[in-house]
Design a protein around this ligand. Structure first.
Ligand code: IPM
Ligand code: MG
Length: 361
């Protein structure tokens, strides 16, 4: 099989972690008799530096011509980077939001699981994590607050900012269906997270999710308010299978979920549309403070490449080979600094990529 992959290295640690993911991908395709054709795409700060904007029409078209896109991370230090002197619509993050919208990537999957080997890096008490946990956060990605109308105006001499949160029933239905479909392949439980005690958009969310649930009698549905969910994630993460939620809640809860797994450097993600196309990226940010130091954890990006093989190319065996190689390296005691614990061997970004690629079989 020939895999046509767009590559957005991005900013900060992006180029370092993407290089390792490509190293691993190259090893997998070679081992299993496939070939990869990579198209380099500029987005975020890297695109601003060259084109003055975080995403060009050409890049969107080039991304659309690929089967899938693998991405590092975008953005810089808001205090020191010149990118943040630009108006908000020209900053790196605007490129990411736009590409999600242009490619209609409404379903964002963020798996958060506790590796047995990384229990030492988990900040929760052992009695809470006993037996591990394994959840999938299904975040709506192209609606809600991040895409609503916004403005900042002066009203009667007072600066006033508006952000609007809108969802229609079709947007809710399609993400809910995805959530239930995924639950059917897992432990058949969906926790739909909203703020229905306050927000109209959440009340509609709940109604539509209930209707969708009727078509999945085997799946147990529960509703949870987002503030309670934030608490439950640290109190009893085991209770969750699929967390289904809107854009902003998913953004916040997925960072929290990643932290209870030990490190955001471990958390992969897939952003999918109605076709096989997907954009795959680590859930973490560009970490400009450690960029170029060779210490960033490439595992989330490597696992994102595994998700790409599974979801966009149906190459399950190949995806598993990557996941097994990651497990093996962890079992052997190798750790990047973010997941380091006593008695383990600390290594850098490149070495981690080398080891994982070496274990692909
Ligand atoms: C994420 C990030 C982005 C988001 C930012 C960079 C716009 O935090 O992917 O979670 O909020 O979606
Ligand atoms: Mg985020």
């Amino acid at each position: 099989m020939k895999l046509k992959i767009g590559v957005i290295k991005g900013d900060g640690i992006g180029p370092e972690i993407v290089s390792e993911a490509i190293k691993v991908l190259d090893k997998v395709v070679k081992t299993y008799g496939h070939t990869c054709e990579y198209t380099q795409l500029l987005m975020g700060g890297a695109s601003i530096d060259v084109h003055g904007v975080p995403l060009t029409e050409e890049t969107i078209a080039a991304a659309k011509s690929c089967d899938a896109v693998l991405m590092g991370s975008i953005g810089g230090d808001a205090k020191t980077s010149p990118w943040y002197k630009l108006e908000p619509s020209k900053r790196p993050e605007a490129g990411l939001l736009r590409i999600r919208k242009e490619l209609k990537l409404f379903a964002n999957l963020r798996p958060a699981l506790l590796y047995d080997e990384l229990k030492g890096a988990c900040p929760l008490k052992e009695e809470i994590t006993e037996g591990g946990f394994d959840m999938m956060i299904m975040r709506e990605l192209t609606g809600g607050l991040y895409f609503g109308e916004r403005k900042t105006v002066e009203e009667d001499g007072v600066m006033t900012a508006y952000d609007s949160l809108t969802y229609n029933e079709n947007e809710i239905r399609r993400i809910a269906k995805r959530g239930f479909d995924i639950a059917m392949k897992r432990r058949k439980k969906v926790t739909s997270v909203d703020k229905a005690n306050v927000l109209d958009s959440s009340r509609l969310w709940r109604k539509v999710v209930e209707k969708v649930a009727a078509g999945y009698p085997e799946v147990k549905l529960e509703h949870m308010l987002v503030d309670n969910c934030a608490m439950q994630l640290v109190k009893d993460p085991k209770q969750f299978d699929v967390i289904l939620t809107e854009n902003m809640f998913g953004d916040i809860l997925s960072d929290e979920a990643s932290m209870v797994t030990g490190s955001i450097g471990m958390l992969a993600s897939a952003s999918l549309n109605e076709t096989k196309f997907g954009l795959y990226e680590p859930s973490g940010g560009s970490a400009p403070d450690i960029a170029g130091k060779g210490i960033a954890n490439p595992i989330a990006t490597i696992l994102s490449a595994a998700m790409m093989l599974r979801f966009s190319f149906d190459l399950d065996k190949e995806a598993e080979a990557i996941e097994q190689a990651v497990l093996k390296v962890l079992e052997e005691g190798y750790r990047t600094v973010d997941i380091m614990s006593e008695g383990k061997q600390q290594i850098g970004t490149e070495k981690m990529g080398d080891l994982i690629a070496g274990y692909i079989e």
